[in-house]
Design a protein around this ligand. Structure first.
Ligand code: MD3
Ligand code: FE
Length: 216
């Protein structure tokens, strides 16, 4: 099987089905790395990365920010999407068209036509940071997929089933990898193992993950 990508045909192995509804597009974001990093710089200048507090009172090891018409936030009162950055009271920075287009193209590639993300959560991992097994269920339209873009240091991604206790599979996600999670995979438990050390040529000792969502 081949796919059209930036005018080139890429062979089947670049497109790896992980589970029903989940497709890994290896290196899909690589051609856009410079523009992606510039967009992230511009967003974080307006809305810096911060480590938020969970409803249970723990500070997350992953630092986060958002762009889009709403952004995901957590504090002692719970998880929610909010139009404003709680640290500044200002609206989240707009989603740059390049980011939206990349997410739309990836969703399309995975068979989800007309994906229209209104939120992009941007996660920043330093060595040791991790994300425990969870489901993403704060979005109104569970029929829409989530598109994730990995940049910087590689991470071990954990992908389980619909029950927390289901067995997890492990995948390495590297710089430029894009995964589309929809259909039966949309409510699967997932997480990220503790980030190992290392140095990435463009991002240094960090991993940045963007997740594009239809939240409202
Ligand atoms: C599978 N982020 O922000 S992205 C998150 O690498 C989150 O920062 C991880 O989980 C990260 O919520 C994983 C991959 C991902 C995102 C959403 C999913 C996988 C998913 C939703 C359903 C199933
Ligand atoms: Fe998640």
């Amino acid at each position: 099987m081949t796919d059209l990508f930036d005018g080139f045909e890429i062979a089947g192995p670049a497109r790896q089905p992980l589970a029903p509804g989940a497709v890994l597009l290896r290196g899909f974001a690589q051609p856009h790395e410079t523009e992606l990093l510039a967009a992230i710089e511009a967003i974080t200048a307006q809305a810096p990365f911060r480590r938020m507090i969970t409803p249970g009172g723990h500070q997350m090891s992953v630092a986060m920010t958002n762009c889009g018409s709403v952004g995901w936030v957590t504090d002692r009162s719970g998880y929610r999407y909010d139009a404003c950055d709680p640290d500044t009271g200002r609206p989240w920075p707009a989603m740059p068209p390049l980011l939206r287009q990349l997410a739309e193209q990836a969703a399309n590639e995975a068979g989800f036509a007309a994906f229209a993300p209104d939120a992009c959560l941007i996660n920043c991992y330093e060595p040791g940071a991790k994300m425990s097994l969870h489901q993403d269920r704060d979005e109104r339209d569970i029929g829409a997929p989530i598109v994730s873009v990995s940049l910087g240091l590689p991470a071990t991604f954990l992908f389980g089933g619909l029950k927390r206790s289901d067995k997890t599979q492990r995948y390495q996600l590297a710089h430029g990898d894009v995964v589309v999670w929809g259909g039966p995979a949309r409510l699967a438990f997932h997480g990220v193992g503790p980030l190992a050390g290392g140095e990435h040529a463009r991002l240094g000792r960090r991993r940045i993950n963007l997740t594009f969502r239809r939240a409202q």
